[in-house]
Write a protein that binds this ligand. Sequence first.
Ligand SMILES: Nc1nc2c(c(=O)[nH]1)N[C@H]1C(S)=C(S)[C@@H](COP(=O)(O)OP(=O)(O)OC[C@H]3O[C@@H](n4cnc5c(N)ncnc54)[C@H](O)[C@@H]3O)O[C@H]1N2
Ligand code: MOO
Length: 438
Amino acid sequence: MSHSPNQPILLTSSLHVDDARKAIAALVDDLIQESSAINDPADIEAVALDKAIDRILAVDLLSPIDVPAADNSAMDGFAFDGKCLDTTSPTISLRIVGTAFAGKPYDGIIGSGECLKIMTGAVMPAGCDTVIPQEFTTAKDEFTIEFKQDQLKLGENRRLRGEDLQKGKPAIATGRLLRPSDLGLAASLGIPTLQVKRKLKVAILSSGDELRSLGQALDAGSIYDSNRYSLTGLLNRLNLEIIDCGIVRDDPASLKQAFIEASNKADVLISSGGVSVGEADFTKQIMQELGDVGFWKIAMRPGRPMAFGVLKPVAGKSPARKTLFFGLPGNPVAVMVTFYQFVRAALLQLNGSNQTQPPLTQAMAEAPIRKKPGRTEFQRAILGRSADGKPTVRLTGSQGAGILRSMSEANCFVILGHEQGNVAAGDWVDIALFDGLL
Ligand SMILES: Nc1nc2c(c(=O)[nH]1)N[C@H]1C(S)=C(S)[C@@H](COP(=O)(O)OP(=O)(O)OC[C@H]3O[C@@H](n4cnc5c(N)ncnc54)[C@H](O)[C@@H]3O)O[C@H]1N2
Ligand code: MOO
């Protein structure tokens, strides 16, 4: 489904998670087109390589050189011109005329019946096309090696100039979420700085009269605001600029004021709480005044109610761009699940990344899992391994949407699709790991 950001998203029936994801992606796309958020030079900055981790590359990184810069040996061994060998005899014998080291090329000529002792990474001498690894040779005398003809593979054990990267061609494409290997790759090309998208400014706030800040005393019925801390952790993992707007009381005037202030400063506003049926009514009214926001019921668990849309730019905002808005459900696990399922991808997309979806894999359920068809479930679990080496997964106890321990003890989500019914022990299920390795 798609819609323009100028049309309020009015949905009353339960929305399939895939449709919610598509609607979000379409609206983010509209926003990008409208604001030129991708191509505006003001949204690009140069950062030193050692500060570029987890940033998004804004301009193709073109290789200034061929990599490797010259043909070189992939093995410690002996280089020669395979075309000049007498391959009729079962044993080949070559005279060593010199040595090439990595960084110290040999610039003499290797004639017929001759070879050059060569180290891994050393430039191949002119005219030579093959390296025989040292372990396939025997020393006939101090200056001569021998090897069996059937060990010979013409053209092997060398790395060709430009086989990794060619001068002028993209070494890393625009939109790459930069990982350690990308920084190494840029360094291998001698490039000290990268053009990356500026960090998105993301405002967060928690709404609820029962919420108290850390350090405050808890009175009857009040609880500590944990959602801002989970959200801060999630946003820090994406290396974004966080604007903490604190706790906002559940009254129209405070909420309206907080939303105006946040949207004045931020590209994106993420709130938690206040989106379920009872409370959404007055929030809905405020949202109608401030922007186009739909109040969704999503066929998922946890994370059923969610508000999503845009807030209009407030007077004086520069540049005058809309603010993307996510009103996440208040339950602490629902916040993290909806962030993982919708917000993360939208933030990456808005900032020009082309890798918005985390990889899924599969594991075998260690025990049965109850599941009703008709909604997507995100259960918290621990990935392990069976005695015979198969990946297995077991749930982290009670799965209530308010039980943050189920997240804290888990290392993955078990994702049970919309149509899926009960899972039997031994069934394969989709999982998404919390942590990436690199
Ligand atoms: N009649 C209905 N009631 C509810 C529905 C429904 O469809 N019909 N949906 C339920 C679901 S599912 C969820 S989730 C919640 C979402 O409600 P809200 O977004 O309005 O969230 P709150 O009522 O404000 O809070 C829910 C729960 O989470 C706690 N909370 C809220 N904010 C924080 C925070 N920052 N840190 C820690 N804990 C927080 C809050 O105290 C509540 O216990 O609605 C259901 N109801
Ligand atoms: O979003 Mo609610 O937490 O599904 O339970």
